[in-house]
Design a protein around this ligand. Structure first.
Ligand SMILES: C[S@@+](CC[C@H](N)C(=O)[O-])C[C@H]1O[C@@H](n2cnc3c(N)ncnc32)[C@H](O)[C@@H]1O
Length: 216
């Protein structure tokens, strides 16, 4: 019943954002973390992978911002409410040229994906990221405090079935990006792992060549 309600609610972008905002203290900690860890760069191109209804596009200059999400309703909502470019796209198959983006934001996607799908996303990100590019990943981790009953409940009813530990996220990210820093923080009732990363290889073509060599 609760699952059914969550799915219904997720179909309404405005309501989805509002409810998450209630449980995440209006996303204050999330916004602060994005501003601090991925400060907007003048003239920079930013890719927001799984941008949802687009609420975090406001943290970047509209002319350089591209948000992609698989959910058509969210993208239509984002196009109506926020400046920037929004496209319906599966994050596992990013349709952008190599070395296109200076910055990539991933907030709340990987815990919806199994390891194979998460790896496909990370592979795409490492390809479209410029050699000097930066990546910020913010993902749910298991609720830390036993007293945070609402946090535990949210994880039970939400549809992210692959909430990992920090160790598990590190293991996933390591093959694709170079870790520069990490933090753990609470946003409302939700506990998060944040990793700031840079490109692992000198260029996307070097990375492709390295992978081809590994495969032989
Ligand atoms: C928890 S929401 C986070 C959305 C957004 N980052 C935000 O915070 O508002 C997860 C998002 O991942 C999107 N998503 C899940 N799998 C996807 C995929 N394979 N490609 C693109 N988007 C995907 C969902 O449509 C949803 O918008």
């Amino acid at each position: 019943m609760l699952q059914f309600l969550i799915e219904k609610l997720s179909n309404h972008p405005g309501l989805f954002l509002f409810c998450r905002g209630v449980f995440e203290a209006n996303f204050r900690a999330i916004r602060r973390t994005i501003r601090e860890q991925l400060p907007a760069q003048p003239g920079g191109r930013v890719l927001d992978v799984a941008c949802g209804p687009g609420a975090f596009s406001e943290l970047f200059p509209a002319e350089g911002y591209v948000g992609v999400d698989m959910n058509e309703r969210y993208i239509r909502y984002a196009q109506r409410h926020y400046p920037g470019t929004f496209q319906i796209m599966d994050a596992r198959k990013l349709h952008f040229d190599d070395d296109t983006f200076d910055d990539v934001l991933v907030y709340g996607l990987l815990h919806h994906l199994d390891d194979a799908d998460a790896r496909a996303v990370l592979e795409g990100i490492s390809r479209v990221l410029k050699p000097s590019g930066r990546v910020l990943i913010i993902e749910d981790i298991p609720t830390e405090s036993r007293l945070n009953l609402i946090g535990h409940l949210l994880h039970r009813i939400e549809n992210g079935h692959f909430i990992r530990t920090a160790e598990e996220y590190r293991g996933l990210l390591d093959g694709y990006l170079r870790q520069q820093g990490e933090q753990f923080f609470r946003s409302g009732f939700c506990d998060y792992y944040m990793a700031s990363l840079t490109a692992r290889q000198e260029t996307a073509s070097a990375a492709t060549a390295a992978r081809a060599q590994q495969a032989t």
